[in-house]
Every structure is written in C-alpha cells, then in structure tokens.
Design a protein around this ligand. Structure first.
Ligand code: GLN
Length: 338
C-alpha cells in the first residue's frame, strides 16, 4: 500500500468533453482510411484456430459515456476476446470480493516481462504481480465467486455480458484449440499452486480462464464494455450499473500500468489512456468520463498488441483530445484577458 491505511477520501472526478459528432465521425473515417493498408505484424497462430483470421479485418468503434455510437469498418465481426477478458474479470472479482483482496493476493505492478512469463512468477516469490498477465489472470479467475467451476464460469460469462449489454457466447473451436496447446498456462497454474498462491484446482481454473478468453465479441462490444468503465461502471447503452464507480476507477488504474503488457509504459507515454489488448487483435482504450474506443485488426506485434489498433488509438487520442495527461495553457490566456 502506498496510501494511508484505513483512511478514505471522497473521490471527485474531473474530466472534459469530446469534440462534436461530426468531428468524431470524420476523424474515425480518416484514421480507418489511413491505416487499413498497413500490413506490419502477424496474425497470431500459437492458438492454431486464431490463424484463420482475415488479416484485412479492421474495425473502429467509439462509444461516448453518454451512449452515442460512432463506428467505421468491421465493427460487427466476431472474434475471441482473449486477454481483454482479464480487465473485466478483474473488475468483477473486485466488485464481488474487494479491490484490496486482489491488490494483496495478486498485485498491481507491471512485470516488465511477456504476458505468459514464467520467470516473472519465479522472480517474485510466486506472486503473479498483476491480473493482466496470464499468471495473475489465472490467480484472479480463481478468486471468482461460485461453489463449483460451472458456477464460477457462469458468473464470468454473465458478468462480461452485462459489460457488453448482450449475451456473449463461447467460441467452442477457439476454446478447444487453446485447451490442446495451453501447456504453458497449465504449468503457470501449477507453479502458483506450488507457492500456495491459488487454492482452487489449478487445471479447473485454467479451464475457466480459457473459456473466458474464448468469449466472442466485436469491436462494438469492446467499446461498450470500455465505455462502461468510462462511465463510473454504468453501461451507457443499457443504463445498468455493472460495477461501482470505485471498481471502474481501480480497473482503469491497473490498465494504465499493465494493460499493454511490457509495452504499457511506452503506450501510456505515447497515447495516454488506460487500455487492454488481446492477441486475437482487439484493443479497448478508455477515456474516463468521455467514452471508449474498441478496435479490431488481427495483425499483432511481438508483444501481442494489434499494430493497426495501436496506430489508430495513437491518432484518435491526439485528434480527439483523449490523452489523460494533455492540457491547454489557461493561465496565460486568463492573464491576457483572452
Ligand atoms: N488466451 C490467451 C493465452 O492465455 C490470451 C493471451 C493474450 O491475448 N495475450 O495465452
């Protein structure tokens, strides 16, 4: 803990607005046109079925906290959510157990290492460090309430569906494909067990984790899910409170430091938004109080982040004033009476 123990201070929020609908729509079109021909990166194939994705797919969705939808390209194409599920499972566990529990058991610091690193666990006495890398995500899934594995899985599926505002379905082919090739995740779960870091059955927990990664979403869904975190935990399309404003805030803080794996620092420096990526090509980037971007394009870089998605977020963050750290000089204008 960095903050004072046992002391609470009421959280006030301070965020600006977005440009007009016309500016947002024109900027989305421009960004889509600019990057749709970019062919850097590769479609992930370490989960064999993912290799079937069409590398041309490219969709951009921006949903405002107030509910207005702006989209261009392949925003209705379904793909497996993969690592982006980690952000929302983290939020659900914080909501149903507590943020402090996840902070204490899993951690909230970046590993500086790849998403599937075994070494990160070994270097830290078995502590997985954060819920956005595989070891930490498995440890977080293990904390999901439910007396049986089926109940835990149903809590995750229905919880993520509340974020999306529609029932999400499992892609059985992706699930089967990953279950036959995820020896490393099973090893990570056994390693956590050996350190006493998970007390549920490790292989059952990996099974639930793999299911959560296999839920099918679209770029539109990602924007709705992100906009829920941007809107104090209320889904802007259904009006339903999915998690508390405090949990939404805690989730965004974790995404800012860990959401883009070992590239999180570079991402925050350049783009200035909490975000989460998945190896199937999705990215969700959140501008608190304003809205969220959902992007989808399957070619990913070495860290597993979508190449076109990152470029699009970079451009949109600047052009639409989304960067959390950007400000305009006010004092000078006031002094000059402008
Ligand atoms: N299901 C994938 C895995 O566990 C998720 C990884 C990712 O999207 N980076 O390897």
């Amino acid at each position: 803990m960095v903050g004072p123990e046992g002391e609470t201070v009421t959280q006030r929020a301070s965020t600006g607005g977005l440009p007009s609908d016309g500016v947002i729509d024109a900027t989305l079109e421009e960004v889509h046109a600019r990057y749709h021909g970019l062919d850097d990166g590769e479609v992930a194939d370490y989960i064999p079925v993912l290799a079937e994705a069409d590398p041309r797919w490219f969709g951009l969705s921006l949903i405002e906290s107030a509910g207005t939808v702006h989209e261009v390209g392949d925003v209705d194409t379904e793909f497996s959510i993969q690592s982006i599920s980690k952000a929302f499972v983290f939020a659900l566990v914080c909501q149903s157990r507590s943020s402090e529990l996840v902070h204490e058991r899993v951690g909230v610091n970046n590993t500086g290492l790849a998403f599937n690193s075994v070494m990160a666990v070994e270097l830290n006495d078995g502590k997985p460090l954060n819920s956005m890398v595989n070891a930490g995500a498995i440890a977080t899934t293990a904390l999901m309430p439910g007396t049986t594995s089926a109940e835990k899985w149903e809590n995750i599926r229905s919880g993520l569906s509340r974020f999306a505002g529609r029932p999400l379905r499992l892609d059985g082919r992706v699930y089967e494909s990953e279950m036959t090739t995820n020896q490393r995740n099973k090893a990570l779960a056994r390693l956590l067990e050996s350190y006493g870091r998970i007390i549920t059955d490790p292989l059952d927990t990996v099974d639930i984790y793999t299911r959560q990664c296999s839920l099918q979403v679209t770029a539109h869904d990602l924007a709705v899910m992100g906009a829920t975190l941007a809107d104090g935990g209320i889904n802007p399309l259904t009006g339903r409170q999915v998690v508390s404003a405090e949990v939404a805030r805690d989730t965004l803080a974790l995404l800012a430091s860990c959401g883009m794996y070992e590239n999180s620092g570079e991402w925050l420096f350049e783009i200035g938004l909490p975000a989460k990526s998945g190896v199937s090509g999705g990215i969700v980037a959140i501008a608190p109080g304003k809205g969220a971007l959902g992007t989808f394009s399957p070619r990913v870089d070495a860290a597993g982040n979508s190449v076109r998605g990152q470029r699009a977020c970079f451009h949109l963050s600047r052009a639409l004033g989304l960067n959390l750290f950007a400000s305009n000089a006010v004092a000078q204008r006031v002094r000059e009476g402008r």
